[in-house]
Design a protein around this ligand. Structure first.
Ligand SMILES: Cc1cc2nc3c(=O)[nH]c(=O)nc-3n(C[C@H](O)[C@H](O)[C@H](O)COP(=O)(O)OP(=O)(O)OC[C@H]3O[C@@H](n4cnc5c(N)ncnc54)[C@H](O)[C@@H]3O)c2cc1C
Length: 393
């Protein structure tokens, strides 16, 4: 008779590997399966190859979910400091880049090596390049039909991630399994993704392609202050990626460029000092030159400062701190860093990630309707939810 594992995990990404090493080190027999030829491919390419592996400020406020409390338990029981302790134990050098974001000094591959080492310590059996054809309930728990035969396990953990970057093996597999077992799946959409503009707007903004500026980008009550980048397709940069997770088709966003600069005061002071100056020249002291030129052309400001009223200067300032843009769409899953939505958290136990109605079935990581901000929060969710399930299986 074929061996029955305590735990089978599908998906050897961040969440699946953390779950596997945790369960293995607690004495469970664990098999970890992936259709890819290498584990942790998204870790490898993350953070520009240096993996922004956590954020020291990670807390529930940094996540989107239909239930904003769902992630509290897992995040509290496995924190950024806990992950960092593992990183330090493996003597991986790291640094804080900005806003609590921790990156490897050298390479994201160090994180993958660390997880593989820890899995070896836990005796985890890693099977790569295996396709899962079907999953069924079996007497002992679950039976997985794969391209290399059957695997049976008492508990089954689904850690196959979301739909972003299909080129890298992302599939909607987790959602199908959830539906098969009667769990609800909330609407999924691309998150942390550049926004596109309609052709007319794009033509108008063409001269700005490649220009980056410090900005606060707002959607309703949510705002992010980071870099904004104008591109050939629309808007990008961290501030835009962040707001994209809150933006919905048809909505407008508001850009405040160089929010710390009081442009009204700056322009009026410049007029007092030298009224012959052009507005563009003064703006270019605080904004990229091409942006200063674009703004003055767009607002049709041609006269020197001395010939402009307070009202006109205030209009320039209001535009710079309240530029309303209506994106046409997003670049979609092709470039999205994450998938918003997913397995409905109402069907999962927040302490263990186990399906409430299917004992032994777990969902962890990005496939669950919990999505973090840009900046290491998504990996922290993968580690924390993987840990929670690994301690329960
Ligand atoms: C370009 C990029 C950069 C990123 N950078 C960062 C960053 O710096 N910091 C951060 O916090 N987050 C980052 N993210 C987000 C982060 O990578 C994900 O949130 C995280 O990897 C999710 O972990 P996961 O284990 O749930 O899923 P994944 O890491 O996606 O792992 C899922 C695994 O399941 C496998 N799989 C999928 N379908 C099947 C199937 N049908 N059968 C078998 N196996 C399957 C896949 O091959 C994969 O190995 C980045 C994402 C991208 C795309």
């Amino acid at each position: 008779m074929a061996r029955i594992f305590d735990v089978a995990i599908v998906g050897a990404g961040a969440a699946g590997m953390m779950c596997a090493l945790t369960a293995g080190q607690r004495g469970s027999s664990v098999v970890l399966i992936d259709h890819a030829k290498a584990p942790g491919e998204k870790i490898r390419i993350s953070g520009g190859g240096r993996c922004n592996f956590t954020n020291i400020h990670a807390g529930p406020k940094n996540y989107l979910s239909a239930n904003p409390h769902f992630m509290k338990s897992a995040l509290a029981r496995f924190t950024a400091a806990d992950f960092l302790a593992m990183v330090d134990r493996h003597r991986i050098a790291w640094h804080e880049k900005t806003l609590g974001q921790l990156f490897c000094d050298d390479s994201a591959k160090d994180i993958i090596r660390m997880l593989l080492d820890e899995m070896r310590t836990g005796g985890v059996e890693l099977r790569l390049g295996i396709d899962v054809a079907a999953i069924e309930k079996a007497e002992a728990g679950f039976r997985i039909e794969t391209s290399e035969g059957q695997i049976e396990a008492r508990a089954l953990v689904i850690a196959t991630g979301g739909k972003s970057i299909p080129k890298m093996g992302a599939t909607g597999f987790a959602y199908k399994v959830a539906e098969q077992f009667g769990l609800a799946v909330t609407e999924t959409r691309p998150g942390l993704v550049p926004l596109t503009l309609e052709p007319g707007q794009l033509t108008e903004l063409t001269p700005l392609a490649g220009v980056a500026v410090d900005a606060e980008v707002r959607h309703g009550k949510t705002a992010f202050r980071e870099a904004l980048l104008f591109t050939h397709r629309g808007l990008s940069g961290p501030a835009i990626l962040q707001i994209s997770s809150y933006w919905r088709e048809g909505d407008a966003i508001t850009l405040s460029l160089e929010p710390d600069v009081d442009f009204s005061a700056v322009l009026k002071a410049a007029r007092r000092e030298n009224g012959r100056q052009a507005v563009q020249t003064v703006l270019a002291q605080h904004l990229p030159k091409r942006l200063a030129q674009y703004v003055t052309e767009r607002l049709r400001i041609e006269k020197p400062l001395a010939d402009l009223s307070d009202k006109v200067l205030d209009t320039v300032a209001s535009f710079l701190h309240g530029w309303v843009v209506k994106p046409a769409g997003s670049e979609g899953y092709r470039t999205a860093e994450v998938t918003l939505g997913g397995i409905d958290v109402a069907g999962l136990d927040s302490k263990t990630m186990q399906a409430k109605t299917v004992p032994g079935l777990y969902f962890i990581g990005e496939c669950v309707d919990v999505t973090g901000w840009l900046g290491g929060y998504n990996f922290q969710w993968a580690w924390a939810s993987g840990r929670a399930a690994g301690e329960s299986v």
